[in-house]
Design a protein around this ligand. Structure first.
Ligand SMILES: [Zn+2]
Length: 328
């Protein structure tokens, strides 16, 4: 059960919420903050389930009954889930919550819950509208905002929420799990940085988009240290599938590529040693060439932002390469 995972991996968070549930003393708004992969989103869903579950075990949701399943599948009527990692959240999204939450609860539990994942990806207009909404919460509603970048939120929103901090999980846990599942050391290392949970780790490791991204990245960097122009041509030719029908996997592949790039820059910066010949060679070359990891990371971060905000993948890749070359 996820609640057991939460208890063992985020004991402080577990205790705070356990008390609030026990005393029926929940805040109207929570802000779950902490690095990626720290179980924030899973905890948000568990909290939502715990408010409506009809078969509670102690203070927490059973995670198995119909209500729990419907929250999990986002098919519970008095529940709204918005995901800023998939699209930029606009005022229309916030209006949906307002409209639905201004009516009486339809489900038996009489509670209304919304979760906004990666809530920093919201227009200013939407954020202001949201602020107005949470300034006058109704009695039976709970809102949960999830973010790994609280610095991008309006301070006035933060001050309205009870902040709950999730601490980083030991990456070694995911790494060991990957190794136990016959994943090689490089992929175990990369995946443990990219995923949020064990199921996702296994699922992602098997996708061709992820595997392609790893290969493209290693090839790209090998070229990059020799000749930047060649590297860029290589990336454009490979990452941008000219087959129009497969844009979605192109995007996904580039997203993995950028995430792998972040791991690489961090490894370089922190002098991490991985038991993998190709990765070690890349890191050594980076050291020899005085790799400008700061500039590199900045281009990567801008690219990640652009992936959320812009639809034109080719343009995003071009902009990324342009930033990487420092506008040369
Ligand atoms: Zn339940």
């Amino acid at each position: 059960m996820f609640k057991d995972t939460l208890k063992s991996q985020q004991p402080v968070v577990f205790r705070i919420l356990d008390n609030a549930l026990k005393n029926d003393n929940l805040s109207h708004c929570y802000l779950f903050t902490g690095p990626r992969g720290t179980l924030k989103q899973e905890t948000a869903f568990l909290l939502a389930q715990s408010l409506v579950c009809s078969h509670k075990v102690g203070n927490w949701a059973c995670e198995e009954c119909l209500e729990c399943i419907r929250i999990k599948n986002d098919s519970y009527v008095d529940f709204i889930y918005l995901d800023g990692s998939r699209e930029l959240l606009k005022i229309e999204h916030i209006n949906t919550i307002q409209d639905q939450f201004s009516q009486t609860a339809l489900e038996a539990a009489g509670k209304k819950v919304f979760i906004i994942n990666d809530c920093e990806n919201m227009t200013l207009k939407a954020a202001n509208s949201l602020l107005k909404f949470i300034e006058e919460p109704s009695d039976n509603m709970v809102g949960i905002f999830v973010t790994s970048q609280p610095e991008r939120l309006l301070p006035t929103i933060i001050s309205r929420c009870q902040k709950i901090s999730f601490r980083p999980l030991p990456k070694t846990m995911f790494y060991d799990f990957a190794i136990q599942n016959d994943i090689d050391p490089l992929n175990a290392h990369l995946l443990s940085e990219l995923v949020q949970n064990k199921e996702q780790l296994l699922a992602v490791s098997n996708t061709s988009t992820y595997q392609n991204a790893v290969n493209y990245f290693v090839e790209f960097m090998t070229y990059y240290f020799k000749n930047k122009k060649t590297a860029m041509i290589y990336l454009e030719n490979n990452l941008f599938n000219t087959n129009q029908s497969d844009r979605k996997s192109d995007r996904e592949c580039f997203q993995y590529f950028l995430n792998i790039a972040t791991v690489f820059a961090d490894d370089y910066h922190d002098n991490i040693v991985i038991d993998d010949q190709s990765w070690e060679t890349l890191l050594n070359t980076a050291r020899e060439k005085n790799f400008a990891s700061g500039k590199f990371l900045k281009a990567v971060t801008t690219g990640k932002d652009a992936l959320i905000h812009s639809a034109n993948l080719l343009l995003i890749i071009d902009q990324f390469l342009y930033n990487l070359s420092g506008g040369e």
